[in-house]
Design a protein around this ligand. Sequence first.
Ligand code: PXP
Length: 240
Amino acid sequence: MPKLSINIDHVATLREARKSSEPDPIAAAISAELAGADGITIHLRGDRRHIKDRDLKILREVVKTSLNLEMAATQEMLEKALEIKPDMVTLVPEREGEITTEGGLNVVDNYERLSQIIPKLQVNEILLSLFVNPDIESIKAAAKLKTDFVEINTAKYSEAKNLGEKIEELEKIERMVDLAYRLSLGINAGHGLNYKNIVEIARIKHIDEFSIGHSIVARAVLVGFERAVREMLELVKSSS
Ligand code: PXP
């Protein structure tokens, strides 16, 4: 049965809208775990526009499930990860000013740089995941880099304009999950998943974990954090 990691970045986005101290992402992480979440994900961006160093530090102490740190493959972030030691690091591309992560890593073009960073994290017992688009080259390159996981970018599936496009993207993800599985990679998936589109994708076999943020935080504003998490958990676990 797939796991569900809750991305709480947008709790921090709301806090930063007023540069205040609430809502506190730490409280959201505790609520998510109380509701049964399998993990907590945060993205510490270079510009610190939502999650701050303080959040990462406290979450490392508070999170009892599994803490996944999304970060760019920079020296600054490498040092931060080695200091805090999250359970997993997911390397993502980062462009200044982007609204959200715009796509998967170009693993092939960044192969050398990634091959320097990845072992430094793994040797410190941090599981390593690469956020990749659902394409053969990226997944094969990730396997060659000996990453523990790939996180397959589901943005195109989430943004599909019609049923045909949706089925096409779903089938592509299914083929890439199958390839990653055959290459002995762990498989995560996320970006743009919500209470409707999760159902079909959760039926794909061999996905270890979904990483979902915006739709859960958006629902939590209206129905409460624990309920929003419980409802998504129910969909993830019952659809598989
Ligand atoms: N996975 C990665 C690598 C991401 O960058 C994000 C967005 O921060 C997510 C998953 C979650 O996406 P969403 O907020 O659309 O659920």
